[in-house]
Design a protein around this ligand. Structure first.
Ligand code: BG6
Length: 491
């Protein structure tokens, strides 16, 4: 019998491999998120991070690049020298041209001795198939490997299917993590708790008790330095097809039987498949495309979209979309769902507004205010929930006035709130798929969105101008007014 006091064998390292490792996403989001996870001891102890890029760099050159570029994306209060130094020790750089099979042997050498592997494809989707094929040929894909796919996942339904087919040749569906970073936001996850962790709203969460639903994701920033990507994409593909439809799914889905990935994703899929397809007449009547013109943003003059760097003359790309959707099922029959997103809007504000039905009859005939009950769920920049109720105005007479029940979640909890990418990266490492999109969800979203984009083309629908710093074109307000509603900031 051995008497040695044997120590547990240290776990083999987990390798996190970032294709596009020196790109914008890696610098602004992934590496800062990994630093935060490291700082809070949320990375498995033996995690190695390999950034891949075409630059022929030594490791120390990459580390210098990270020192210079990534530091600025970490809040000062979270920057701890010792943690930063130990984080840098986890980093490796591998010079890989994703299109060159021999380069993957260099990668294989760097991954020697590792156990689980996560491949994060933060590259143009046109490179996905080549990367997967080269990983496969180099023997770098086993059943424990995972792959993370960054958006844009397709330009239309056919290209989304192609990406899924291509990646699906090398990875099983349960190994594929399609990121929509909105699903990693604390506030968005909290929506599930608001709906399914409380009983009070559920009986009312349906037609005819809900009159309308509004989902707004407004940004104050413009296109910035992303003209090359954005001008060929537009707000519909960049925001509605993914982030807004995912929010809609969480608002509208039936209670899943559990938090198992497929239980949740089955319910979200049902919502996407229940979206009423838009006819050409619907597209003409129920959608609004906009493009910002010169104005002001946060007190500074702001250029119009067409004057931004590298935007082609006369571009008709939309930077704003508002539309009215319908969900064809018992819960949501006849409830208009308004979606709206845009760049260079009056404020950065993401909000879901559930407007409850009008009173069937009012006994307060003399009141200047009508009864309006609204549940307003602010997702960002701050996280709070307001329930707008009617109360009696003090004084004589029976006059009503709206007042808010306020729940400020940031003061209710003192715990740190991790950024979406940090939370999602940890989910990938732990193999938790619940907050990632399944193949059929992605395709169902494209199936609904594509006829709208095609409709705009066929109708030769030019985007309507809106002043930078406003809430969008007037047609967006008119869309609501036709249903007897108004956007929350107008009411
Ligand atoms: C990205 C879009 O997916 O989401 C960007 O490509 C957009 O155009 C961004 O600015 C918004 O994300 P967030 O987390 O800042 O609301």
């Amino acid at each position: 019998m051995s008497t040695s006091t044997s120590r547990p064998t240290p776990a083999a390292p987990l390798d996190l491999v970032i294709f596009g490792g020196v790109g914008d996403l890696s610098v602004r989001k992934l590496l800062p998120a990994l630093y935060m996870a490291h700082l809070h001891n949320n990375l498995p102890a033996a995690t190695r991070i390999h950034a891949l890029g075409r630059q022929v760099w030594e490791r120390n050159e990459f580390v210098a690049f990270v020192q210079e570029k990534v530091r600025g994306f970490i809040e000062d209060k979270a920057f701890i020298d010792a943690a930063w130094v130990s984080f840098l020790e986890r980093l490796n750089y591998v010079s890989v041209d994703a299109t060159q099979a021999p380069d993957f042997h260099t990668l294989a050498a760097a991954l020697q001795g590792g156990s689980d592997r996560v491949y994060y494809l933060a590259t143009a989707p046109s490179l996905f198939v080549g990367i997967c094929a080269n990983l496969h040929s180099a023997g770098l894909i086993d059943e424990r490997a995972r792959v993370v796919l960054e958006k844009p996942l397709g330009h239309d339904l056919a290209s989304a299917r192609q990406i899924n087919d291509d990646v699906g040749r090398y990875f099983q569906e349960q190994q594929i993590f399609r990121i929509d970073h909105y699903l990693g936001k604390e506030t968005v996850q909290n929506l599930m708790v608001l709906r399914f962790g409380n009983t009070i709203f559920e009986p009312l969460w349906r037609s005819p008790y809900i009159k309308s639903v509004q989902i707004t994701v407004a940004e104050s920033v413009g296109v910035g330095s992303r003209a090359g990507f954005y001008d060929g994409t537009g707000a519909m593909r960049d925001m509605v097809q993914n982030h807004l439809l995912q929010l809609l799914c969480i608002v509208a889905m039936e209670p899943p039987v559990s938090l198992d990935p497929d239980a949740v994703r089955d319910e979200k899929l049902k919502v996407l498949r229940s979206l009423r397809p838009m006819t050409m007449a619907d597209v003409a009547r129920d959608t609004v495309r906009g493009q910002y013109s010169a104005g002001a943003s946060n007190g500074d003059a702001a250029l119009g979209y067409l004057q931004e760097d590298n935007i082609p003359d006369g571009s008709t790309t939309e930077t704003f979309v508002a539309l009215k959707a319908h969900i064809n099922n018992w819960r949501w029959a006849n409830v208009p769902i308004f979606l709206r997103t845009g760049k260079r809007m009056a404020a950065r504000q993401s909000e879901i507004v559930i407007e409850f039905a009008d009173l069937p009859f009012t006994i307060f005939q003399d009141s200047p205010h009508q009864s309006v009950n609204r549940l307003m769920i602010r997702l960002q920049p701050e996280e709070h929930i307001q329930l707008q109720m009617m109360a009696k105005e003090p004084g004589s007479g029976m006059k009503l006035r709206p007042v808010n029940l306020n729940l400020d979640l940031e003061t209710a909890f003192s715990e740190r709130r991790a950024e979406a990418y940090e939370r999602l990266l940890i989910d990938v490492i732990k193999g938790r798929l619940t907050h990632f999109m399944r193949r059929d969800e992605l395709e169902a979203a494209w199936t609904w969105v594509e006829p709208i984009i095609n409709g705009w083309q066929q109708l030769n629908d030019k985007p309507k101008a809106y002043t930078a710093g406003s809430w969008g074109p007037a047609a967006s307000s008119a869309l609501m007014a036709r249903e007897g509603s108004s956007w929350v900031e107008e009411s």
